[in-house]
Design a protein around this ligand. Structure first.
Ligand code: MLT
Length: 312
């Protein structure tokens, strides 16, 4: 055939399926957001966006998989607030947790909730905290490993009241939630993307949201500050990434597709049912994402140093 013009390749992108790596277990909060996004992006890109759950080590294995992938736009990462805490929490990694990526845009913000097995002997946050204190390390807390939002929230909560519960790590809060539902683990800090249905059905007990304001879709839940534990806030954000060195026109095409996905009424509707609103079109850009991400790393650094939540 004829020789290809420079640029023809990127304007044709994508010509085959794209892999979207999700660093936590299938069925959990990141997976729910990722799959909705992948479906919508496939519609815009005209190629399947195939989700791959590369789990383990608090979300760092999935991130590593993308940081070390070929930078051609065919392997992308849907990650979250972990991208803001991992650079401080992990002192040894097989990839560069900041410079290994091209941020493509923010996706959405998700509130967290503090939930327990439904038969816990406590009916408000104050009672829960005294129960935790009385139980010491007999109290079990599930999380998705250091680097996850559940682990960050669990560490901040334990630290705020000076307790050291037994921490049981899972490959995501999907499997962790099964233990809460089965009554085998006491507490999980988790996102409304997963907890909403279990809170509504009464399968778990909910005590507070570690957000600045109450959650629009679950207005009966007090904030941690209202429930007696001020100065403690964690809200999950999601971002989309390509490996460092992915050509700018390809990154721009992926950002465009992210923006198209976030404008789709059915995506907005599905997000809203699980307590989250897609970010504005201005925030679904590489520049806004980079600014936000840099500020988030700086914000968490002293908090992590104060709690000593390190991976090694
Ligand atoms: C998950 O998808 O399993 C969660 O987002 C992990 C977490 O951050 O707790």
């Amino acid at each position: 055939g004829l020789p290809r013009q420079a640029g023809a390749q990127s304007s044709a992108f994508p010509t085959r399926p794209i892999t979207m790596v999700i660093p936590f277990a299938a069925g959990g909060p990141t997976d729910v957001v990722g799959r909705l996004l992948a479906e919508a992006m496939s519609r815009d890109l005209g190629q399947p966006v195939v989700v791959e759950n590369t789990t383990g080590a608090g979300g760092t294995l999935g991130a590593q998989r993308v940081a070390t992938a070929r930078p051609d736009g065919y392997t992308i990462l849907l990650h979250h607030i972990g991208m803001g805490v991992i650079p401080t929490m992990y002192r040894r990694l097989a990839y560069d947790p900041v410079n290994g990526f091209e941020p493509l845009g923010l996706v959405t913000e998700v509130p967290m909730t503090v939930v327990t097995r439904k038969d816990i002997p406590a009916n408000n946050l104050t009672e829960l905290l005294s129960y935790m204190k009385s139980q010491g390390d007999r109290f079990n807390l599930a999380d998705a490993g250091i680097g996850s939002s559940s682990a960050l929230c669990g560490a901040l909560l334990s630290n705020a009241i000076g307790v050291k519960p037994t921490v049981i790590p899972f490959r995501g809060t999907g499997p962790a939630m099964q233990e809460i539902l089965g009554g085998r683990v006491d507490l999980l800090c988790d996102q409304t993307t997963q907890t909403t249905e279990h809170i509504r059905s009464g399968a778990v007990k909910v005590f507070a949201t570690p957000s600045r304001t109450r959650i629009g879709t679950l207005p009966e839940i007090p904030t941690t500050a209202e429930a007696g534990l001020p100065g403690f806030e964690v809200t999950v954000w999601h971002g989309l990434y390509a490996p460092k060195g992915t050509p700018a026109p390809i990154c721009a095409r992926l950002t465009q597709s992210l923006q198209a996905a976030l404008r789709e009424p059915r995506v907005i509707e599905r997000f809203s049912a699980i307590g989250t609103t897609p970010v504005s079109q201005d925030d679904a850009t590489a520049e806004a994402h980079r600014r936000f991400w840099t500020a988030d790393i700086a914000k968490w650094k002293p908090v992590i140093e104060a709690t000593g939540s390190y991976a090694d």
